[in-house]
Each structure stands twice: as C-alpha cells, then as structure tokens.
Design a protein around this ligand. Structure first.
Ligand SMILES: [Zn+2]
Length: 297
C-alpha cells in the first residue's frame, strides 16, 4: 500500500467516510444505509470506498473478470451482447441521426463486440480498454480498432463525434475525469452515450443492499438519473435522452448467476447447464439500467 492509499484507509477507519469529496457536487460523504457504501450528504450520490489502489483495480480486470467473475464466458455470450449493442445503436441513431457519418470512440471496449457492430453503421469506430486480454481478442479475433490502456492518458489525434461508455462508468475510480475528458475529445454538438445501473430505480430501491448491481469494489459508483445528469451537465453536456432499456441474456448465464454467484451452488449449475433450454436468449427488463445520452454544448 502506498502512502496516499494508507492515509486514505486510515481516514476511512477514523471517520467512516472516504477522504475525497463527492465527485458529482463536491459535497461530503456519510455512511449510506447500504453496507460498505457512502452517500453524499448534498446530492445523494452513492460510492464505494475509493481507497482501493490502481494495482488492486487492475487485478480485478485480469482474464478471470470476463470468465465467471462477472460474466459467464463473455465470449460465448457474444450473440446476446451483440443484440444489445445493436439496440443501443438504434436508440443512439434516433437522437443522433448523423450517426452513419460519425466517428465513434468507445471507452471500455472489452472484447470489441460493440466496435464490430458499430463498424458497419458509422464512419469510423475505435476504442480502448484496460484489460490486455480483452483487447488482444478485440484486435486479433474481432479485428477491430482497439487499444489497451487508460483513456485518461490517451491523446486522440482529432476530436470525435460520439463517445460511448457501455456499463463502464460504475467501474471507474474517477468517472468525473473520464466524462470531462470525453467532453474535451468530442466536437461541439457531439454526443456521449452511457449505460449504467440506476440506483434511483424502483427495483434498486426495493432491493436495497441486495440489488444485483451492488458489488464493490468492481462497481465503485452508483448513479441515479439525477446524479448522472448533474455530472454530465457540469462537464458541459445537455442530457437529451434518458431511457431504461431491457437487456438480453442467454438463459445459461442467468442460471449461472442464480446458482453459482447468488447461491454458491456450483453443483446445481453443472447438473442443469447442458440442457438445451439454456441456449435460449431472454430479454428481461427490471427498468434499473439507464441509458443516458448527453450532447456537448
Ligand atoms: Zn454530491
């Protein structure tokens, strides 16, 4: 642990809250009613303990992350994921009709499935991810324009028309810096498209600490439509679209989630997973994932 991380950990121990102020409004954090999370006393933004080091974060996104840690064999689920990405492109095109002439950059491109879908529908698509394993696949198998690294360190050669962050912002230590950089990298009138869990949704409020999106430290931030809109506004975006689209998943991954991740019963999963019924793709909508698009002012 480096000095800063040690100091922050000590601060958390002594005061029960992260050393940093709210990344949305600068307010002070206090312990949330949700265990191990903190809530801004001013804007109600919810965060995990940010004392986690960059090394610890990098470790989370090793090869295991995409194979069982969060996604059951992300690559085998490709078909469902591509379907979701096509729908997200459809929604984006409705509010940004010039999409076919646009240059698109994806922050958190993982295995490149979105970039592959986007390639046929936009002028140019490229992206970046912190996971070397995922980027390797994106480059060599999907053959898309992906690079490995931290977006905050990237110098784009020219401004782009659209920046996407699919299910990524909740993982970032400093989403405020990412959104500000996106505003710098976009041309005026360009769009940022974001999906993430909505902690203000009915399902999240009903489930409380058991809401499926709550798992620090891989999910560090928990936005609502209100806090995400505020973050975007502060970075220079007008929010032009908010929706809660459904998500398609292969039934086998639902089985995996329920038996292995939730119940810790791997043997149940092994017993049933080979049944062909689990090859079906299902679209579920708990209306707790939000899709927000901002236009740079
Ligand atoms: Zn706040």
């Amino acid at each position: 642990m480096n000095n800063i991380a040690a100091e922050t950990a000590l601060h958390v121990q002594e005061t029960g809250s992260p050393a940093s102020n709210c990344i949305v409004c600068g307010g002070l954090y206090r312990a949330s009613h949700l265990p191990a999370l903190f809530e801004c006393t001013n804007c109600k933004f919810v965060s995990a303990n940010l004392a986690i080091s960059d090394e610890e974060l990098a470790e989370i996104y090793g090869e295991d992350y995409f194979h069982g840690e969060e996604y059951l064999d992300y690559i085998k689920e490709g078909e469902s994921l591509r379907l979701n990405f096509r729908r997200r492109l459809d929604s984006l095109e409705r509010v940004f009709p010039e999409l076919s002439d646009a240059t698109v950059f994806e922050v958190g491109c993982a295995y490149g499935f979105f970039l592959k879908e986007a390639e046929g529908r936009v002028m140019r698509a490229s992206g970046m991810d912190i996971s070397a394993d995922a980027v390797n696949y994106a480059q060599n198998v999907e053959q898309v324009n992906a690079q490995c690294g931290n977006y905050l360190d990237l110098k784009l050669p020219e401004s782009v028309d659209v920046i996407t962050m699919w299910d990524t912002i909740e993982h970032l230590k400093r989403p405020d810096l990412f959104v500000k950089k996106a505003a710098n990298d976009l041309r005026k009138g360009g769009c940022i498209a974001i999906t993430t869990g909505d902690i203000g949704s009915l399902n999240a409020r009903m489930k409380g600490k058991n809401w499926r999106m709550i798992h620090p430290p891989s999910h560090l931030h928990y936005f609502s439509t209100k806090t995400l809109s505020r973050l975007l506004d502060l970075a220079g975006f007008d929010v032009i679209h908010v929706s809660h689209p459904g998500n398609s998943r292969r039934l086998r991954s639902v089985l995996y989630f329920l038996t292995v991740i939730k119940a810790g019963r791997k043997e149940l999963y092994e017993r049933f997973q080979h049944s062909s019924i689990f090859n079906i793709d299902v679209t579920a909508n708990l209306f707790d994932i939000m899709y927000v698009i901002g236009r740079k002012r």
